[in-house]
Design a protein around this ligand. Structure first.
Ligand code: G
Ligand code: G
Ligand code: MN
Ligand code: NA
Length: 254
């Protein structure tokens, strides 16, 4: 209960912050997107990672105001970087199941984009397969609305969920993110490599973009590059960074 009470107060006490991690196009060397990852710095408990509080936020419904804060902060930050003349890139925000199912989701997203004065093409939403499996018709309708605004939709942790290939074909999405569990041992585990190849091949046939996450070594990068996976994300390029450090990184590449 302590954790729940602290979580309730954390928003008004401004204890949350966003870290950003680049997604890199390996062919051009450009950063195409920065993924926003929420952190909670509590005075008593210290730094708390999302895996330790997102499930609780989901269960208590606090994910709704927290999610809006994340979206608003990420959009405003991306606009700030654009006004500072850094090369334009998308900002990606993770949406959990309850967030995706909230009433008037599209209105809320549109309003936040408007407040930030950020064009929708610079926003990406990351959804897991399971987020979208609840109600197929509703899911397609919501994704169509978001997609028609010009927002980029990605399927996060792809390969770990239960979606069928025919289902994926129906969805207005742009990108598949190969889950990092398949990347970790890709150089030594033939099964993991086979799954990565299958996802990359499928993405190519469906004309979807594909990105590998959790890339930590040069060997993993080379193998994925050889498989024609154009985009990568992981500690090899950068760990998630707070705003000041990310701004320094952006200055160094400008
Ligand atoms: O930041 P880290 O790599 O520890 O993230 C762990 C998990 O928490 C990931 O699955 C990520 O998608 C999720 N996560 C991080 N930030 C957010 C957020 O702002 N909203 C939601 N819903 N999930 C997040
Ligand atoms: O589920 P999602 O992809 O949103 O989660 C992102 C999580 O992955 C964050 O917790 C982030 O800190 C973590 N992460 C990012 N890059 C790497 C990496 O190269 N290796 C590992 N092990 N984790 C990573
Ligand atoms: Mn993600
Ligand atoms: Na993931």
């Amino acid at each position: 209960l302590t954790m729940e009470n602290s979580l309730r107060k954390a928003l008004q006490r401004e204890e949350f912050s966003l870290y950003y991690q680049p997604k890199v196009n390996i062919k051009t060397g450009q950063i195409v997107c920065l993924e926003a990852l929420v952190r909670w710095q509590n005075p008593e408990m210290g730094l708390i990672l999302p895996n330790q509080f997102i499930p609780l936020a989901e269960d208590t419904g606090l994910i709704i105001p927290l999610g809006e804060w994340v979206l608003r902060t990420a959009c405003a930050q991306n606009k700030t970087w654009q006004l500072l003349n850094y090369p334009p890139m998308r900002v990606a925000v993770n949406f959990s199941p309850r967030q995706f199912q909230q009433p008037r989701l599209t209105d809320m997203v549109e309003q936040i984009l408007g407040e930030a004065d950020l064009a929708p093409c610079w926003l990406e939403l990351e959804l897991t397969e399971n987020v979208m499996l609840q109600n197929v018709e509703k899911t397609v309708q919501t994704l169509n609305r978001l997609s028609n605004l010009g927002i980029h939709i990605s399927i996060d942790d792809f390969g770990t969920g239960y979606s069928s290939l025919s289902y994926i074909k129906k969805l207005p999405i742009q990108t598949l993110k190969i889950d990092r569990s398949f990347v970790h041992d890709i150089n030594t585990n033939a099964d993991d490599a086979a799954i990565a190849i299958a996802v990359i091949t499928m993405a190519q046939s469906l004309r979807l973009n594909v990105i590998a996450e959790g890339v930590e070594t040069l060997e993993q990068m080379k193998l994925l590059d050889g498989l024609n996976c154009p985009e990568m994300q992981g500690y090899l390029f950068s760990k998630p960074l707070p705003v000041a450090e990310m701004t320094t990184l952006l200055s160094n590449i400008k």
